[in-house]
Ligand binder design. Structure first.
Ligand SMILES: *Cc1c(COP(=O)(O)O)cnc(C)c1O
Length: 497
């Protein structure tokens, strides 16, 4: 299986190279040149396997320069029962009116980023070896919350790696901060930045291209790397859970094998829903992919209003912060495939986006998008109302991101009359967003610490997940706060890890 850049399909590279380098030199994203198909015998194996086996089979279709044993070993570690509460990595909970909630947050940090970030360290370290890289990979991550916690947990004590996470000092939730500053592991460090997320992100971008820093680190046997969601090594592990969900539904008789499903995804950077698109290209029977946005509805307009992507609009801070995004990076990969792998067209769209903040796809591309995608958005008031209704009617508690998807699906079903069973991706534990969820259920949360968990627990009669409950009483390991101008100097700390 070869990989090419979305902006230049001439140069082909193997998957280990795509994962080790993260982004193509022309700024494009690495994509497989074709989609492997799942055969009848693959489906038989998938249905008979546990999650680890299913993930290894799906990854094996794309990562052809890795052996089956290698991948099996990685999935055994990444999805080990003791790291995934119930031992059921990605369970599906069936509710009324065709809703099948795919819970992707049973991992160590209680958000769906774990599905990929427990796997990436294994893929990355093996990829570096395969391309002959012997230096220690130093992962630098700027985070507005979930990515930083999941990356720290995934890379903690992984040989051959070090990780440093930067978060805006006032920009993450109390629970997210606590998760990061108490993270164990000899090779991890955390820095609060006196600035916002963009300040941290821009500072890191400068570090990645700062020649003196790169040379100095290299002389000490280190190289810089990223755990960003545009890395193919983060996207590939996400394809498996949609296929796994279908196997579970078929096994339970919720769908007859071969029948189509819809998939509805609360979307930010477009990685999670793109994984569903790829699963469909491999042969997963999908009717519609439904792209759900919060008040930052740039994608809804793109899909529903004539194929124009326009980021020139106000940015809103919402109750579903992981979806507060105006440039969805992974949409570039969809444009590449929908245009029939037209790298020149993608190059033009991205140049227009960089220059004027907008582009319009061709009518042909619009028709192709229309055939497969639907979209909708939901504001905070309706998000909270959905959390309350779902609890009152079905005793199911969901987080604010998942609620956006549930509401957008309900609107879609009412508007179209389509009653196809629908898998709704649930991306975080409700206990990770205690304050908003508790308020939706009629409570109030004044406190800014781990006792928030008790408030929500009393309201909904459920125990918080162990990884969050166990934060109680843990001592912070990291209290460093740096000015945004001084981020570069923190790379000196890498030598000490
Ligand atoms: C990252 C995240 C999303 C958005 O996922 P994308 O792959 O960026 O579209 C949605 N919900 C939660 C809780 C997240 O952490």
């Amino acid at each position: 299986m070869d990989y090419v850049s979305t902006r230049n399909k001439e140069k082909k590279v193997p998957s280990a190279y795509a994962i080790a380098t993260g982004i193509a030199p022309d700024g494009g994203l690495y994509c497989p040149t074709s989609f492997p198909e799942l055969t009848k015998s693959d489906w038989d194996t998938l249905i008979a396997s546990d999650y680890k086996g299913r993930a290894a089979l799906v990854l094996g279709k794309f990562l052809t320069d890795f052996s089956a044993e290698e991948l099996k070993g990685f999935t055994e570690k990444a999805y080990a029962d003791e790291r995934w509460g119930s031992g059921n990595t990605a369970p599906v909970v069936s509710l009324a009116d065709g809703k099948h909630i795919l819970e992707l947050w049973h991992g160590p940090t209680c958000a769906f980023k774990d599905m990929a970030l427990q796997m990436l360290p294994h893929l990355l370290t093996a990829s570096l070896k395969k391309i002959g890289e012997e230096r220690t990979a130093c992962i630098l991550v700027a985070t507005s919350g979930d990515t930083g916690t999941a990356a720290l947990n995934g890379f903690a004590d992984v040989p051959g790696t070090k990780i440093m996470v930067y978060y805006p000092v006032h920009g993450v939730s109390p629970m997210q901060k606590l998760q990061m500053v108490t993270q164990e592991g000899k090779n991890v460090s955390v820095c609060a930045v006196n600035g916002n997320f963009d300040d941290a992100q821009s500072a890191l971008k400068r570090i990645f291209t700062d020649a003196p820093t790169i040379e100095k680190l290299s002389a000490q046997g280190m190289m810089l790397s990223s755990a960003n969601s545009i890395n193919w090594g983060r996207l590939a592990p996400q394809i498996a859970y949609y296929i796994s969900a279908y196997c579970d539904l078929a096994e339970r008789g919720m769908v007859t094998f071969g029948d189509k499903i819809n998939i509805c995804v609360p979307t930010g950077n477009f990685g999670n829903i793109l994984a569903a698109y790829i699963a469909k290209q491999m042969g997963l029977p999908v009717n519609k992919l439904i792209c759900a946005s919060n008040r930052n509805n740039v994608l809804t307009d793109f899909f529903k209003k004539g194929g124009t992507y326009d980021k020139n609009r106000p940015f809103y801070t919402t109750a579903s912060p992981s979806m507060d995004i105006l440039i969805s990076s992974n949409l570039e990969r969809l444009l590449y495939y929908i245009s029939g792998q037209n790298d020149e067209a993608v190059r033009n769209f991205m140049a227009q986006l960089a220059e004027g903040g907008r582009y319009t796809v061709s009518q042909e591309m619009q028709a192709a998008l229309d055939a497969l995608f639907d979209a909708g958005s939901c504001d905070d008031a309706r998000t909270k109302d959905t959390i309350r209704r779902l609890y009152e009617n079905e005793k199911y508690v969901c987080d604010t991101h998942t609620a956006v998807a549930v509401k957008v699906y309900e609107d879609y079903r009412a508007r179209t009359g389509d009653t196809t069973p629908t898998v709704i991706a649930s991306t975080a534990s409700p206990f990770k967003f205690c304050k908003a969820v508790a308020e939706a259920l009629g409570g109030t949360v004044e406190i800014e610490d781990v006792s928030q968990l008790d408030v929500l627990s009393r309201l909904c009669g459920q125990q918080p997940p162990k990884p969050l409950a166990s934060l109680r009483g843990k001592a912070p390991r990291f209290d460093r706060v740096v000015e945004k101008e001084d981020i570069l100097s923190t790379t000196d700390l890498l030598a000490e890890l």
